[in-house]
Design a protein around this ligand. Structure first.
Ligand SMILES: *Cc1c(COP(=O)(O)O)cnc(C)c1O
Length: 379
């Protein structure tokens, strides 16, 4: 339908062969492929432990639960993120407390604003590595340590970001179909903390200590349920896809890095490009621009759509959704989120995927520049 979609899978016959091999093995859920994917993912990201789960959302849920987040607790999250970040907090029975981002240039959780929103109920910080760029983890770690909080990173955009696991108690990845490492559905908790890893492993399978695969291959283990868990297991098909995708990750991120630089060069000063200059230390998952203040974003999107170019908005701020407006940042005693609210009206996400050609980038930029130059600025 779109000539240039927002994202496209980097799949070939290797993914097909990997899934066919799983089907031939007759073992479909968490087993040897999943274990291999966990090992390889941990090694690639320089961390000792990785726990595969069924989605990025379930990665956040099990990591927050393993960090002790539960009813009565508050968790600081940015509002400029996918709603899953806040839903994981609600799923734990806790309350998301929204904090602002630093600036249009760095739409990442602002440690100073987060610090102002701490209460006696705060139990964790949940920053988002937006677009694959790392948050200010040094400041966030210091804040967490000072107040005895857990620091869980939403790394859904950040597979392959250098040092992504550093300083967090856990980093949570998503392998949803449009992510830079895609398995359809899937996720991973990466951690340096062995007990965090063990608890996540139990939580993903009903709090049970031994897995079905352990039993099938004859490992003896106590059949105990030690905590209230869930089913967040990864399928072997997803793990097999993930292993192939992991081998393509470095080259894929490098190509996205090049494409972001091409975009930046072609767009010049016409727009603000958040996180431009971060490319070398980012997974480069998204190509987000901020249009000039007063731009008619819907008009720009329609002009691009006319040329078959798909766009999106990352993100409509969560605290403005009706579910959250009354319970969190919208409550009268909570200061607003001025940077998030202003920036969110101007954000526009452009196509970014490995198969895009340099010429196609130029085509998108030409369409965007011409849409911006012909539109009448709103009063
Ligand atoms: C995709 C995404 C998630 C959720 O991941 P799923 O695998 O879709 O559950 C969470 N946070 C962010 C920032 C995301 O982009």
């Amino acid at each position: 339908m779109w000539t240039l979609p927002l994202s496209a899978l980097d799949y070939d016959e290797q993914e097909a062969a990997a899934v066919a091999a799983v089907i031939a093995s007759r073992w479909l859920s968490t087993g040897p492929e999943t274990e291999a994917f966990e090992r390889e993912f941990a090694v690639t990201h320089d961390a000792p432990h990785a726990v595969a789960v069924s989605s990025g959302s379930s990665a956040l849920f099990v990591a927050l639960r393993a960090a002790g987040v539960g009813p009565g607790h508050e968790v600081i999250v940015p509002s400029l993120t996918f709603v899953a970040t806040a839903h994981a907090v609600l799923q734990c029975g806790a309350r998301p407390v929204f904090a602002d981002v630093i600036s249009a240039q760095r739409p990442l959780l602002d440690p100073a604003d987060a610090a102002q929103r701490l209460t006696e109920h705060t139990r964790a910080l949940l920053p988002v590595h937006y677009g694959g760029s790392l948050c200010d983890m040094v400041s966030l770690r210091a804040l967490a340590d000072q107040h005895g909080l857990a620091l869980i990173a939403d790394a859904a955009h950040a597979a392959g970001t250098p040092e992504v696991g550093r300083l967090a108690d856990a980093a949570c990845f998503s392998f949803y179909a449009n992510k830079n490492l895609a398995t359809g559905e899937g996720g991973m908790v990466l951690t340096h903390d062995e007990s965090m890893a063990q608890t996540c492993r139990a939580l993903r399978s009903h709090g049970r200590v031994a897995s079905s695969h352990d039993k099938a291959v004859g490992h003896m283990a106590a059949d105990d349920v030690a905590m209230h868990g869930t089913n967040a297991r990864m399928t072997e098909m997803a793990a097999a896809l993930g292993r192939v995708q992991l081998r393509k990750l470095t080259a894929g991120n490098a190509r996205r890095r090049e494409l972001r630089r091409l975009y930046a060069k072609a767009l010049g000063e016409a727009v603000t490009i958040p996180l431009v200059g971060d490319e070398q230390v980012s997974a480069c998952h998204l190509m987000v621009v901020a249009l000039p203040p007063g731009s008619d974003r819907e008009g720009v999107r329609a002009a691009l759509a006319d040329q078959g170019i798909q766009t999106s908005v990352h993100y409509p701020p969560i605290h403005q959704f009706s579910l959250f407006a009354k319970t969190a940042a919208g409550s009268p005693d909570t200061p607003g989120l001025p940077v998030t609210e202003e920036l969110a009206t101007r954000l526009l996400t452009l196509p970014l995927y490995v198969a895009l050609t340099d010429d196609q980038i130029q085509q998108v930029c030409n369409a965007l520049l011409s849409a911006l130059s012909t539109q009448i600025a709103l009063p």
